[in-house]
Design a protein around this ligand. Structure first.
Ligand SMILES: [Zn+2]
Length: 105
């Protein structure tokens, strides 16, 4: 799938010839451009120095999910979304603890 710029080429396209890409998680159709940063270890870097490689991709603007469809081979949706979901879990665990404490009082 080609996600590269090339917006100009698409001007002649009829919307009826296109179909909406939907978020796998919430069905949202609005995405925002985001970057994933990958660190390159100095051991494998061509310059022998640590490097940062930005990977441009798209994120659901509703729920924040990055679809596998927008990722280069070798990166899984689970991998790039993992931190986000563990933060959510930590936050929800905190909220549940707070609720439990309130109920005790
Ligand atoms: Zn979504």
């Amino acid at each position: 799938m080609d996600l590269g710029g090339g917006g100009q080429q698409n001007l002649n396209l009829k919307m009826s010839d296109t179909e909406a890409l939907k978020c796998e998680k919430c069905g949202g159709q609005i995405f925002q451009a985001v970057s994933i940063l990958r660190r390159v270890s100095p051991l494998v870097s061509p310059t022998s120095q640590e490097a940062m490689v930005p990977i441009n991709t798209y994120q659901c603007s509703k729920c924040g999910w990055v679809s596998k469809k927008f990722l280069p081979a070798g990166l899984t949706a689970e991998e790039v979304n993992a931190v986000e979901s563990s933060i959510d879990e930590a936050v929800s665990a905190e909220i549940q603890m707070a609720k439990a404490n309130k109920e005790k009082k």
